[in-house]
Design a protein around this ligand. Structure first.
Ligand SMILES: [Zn+2]
Length: 59
C-alpha cells in the first residue's frame, strides 16, 4: 500500500518585508495594490506604500 502526498509545495521564494525594515537594495511590491517601491541604498528604510499607505511588501 502506498500513499502519495503532495503537500510540500515550494512557492515561498518571495520574502515579505514590512515598513520600517531596512531590507536592502531592491524593488519591493506592495501586497495590497502592486505599487513598486525601489530602495537604492542599503540603509534606506522601507516606507509605507506611496499609493495606498499599506505597510506590507514582497520582494
Ligand atoms: Zn499599496
Amino acid at each position: 500500500m502506498s500513499f502519495i502526498q503532495n503537500t510540500n509545495r515550494k512557492e515561498n521564494h518571495m520574502s515579505t518585508h514590512t515598513t520600517g525594515e531596512k531590507p536592502g537594495k531592491g524593488a519591493y511590491t506592495c501586497k495590497a495594490c502592486g505599487q513598486v517601491v525601489v530602495l537604492d541604498n542599503t540603509n534606506d528604510v522601507l516606507p509605507p506604500c506611496p499609493k495606498c499607505s499599506k505597510t506590507t511588501f514582497k520582494k
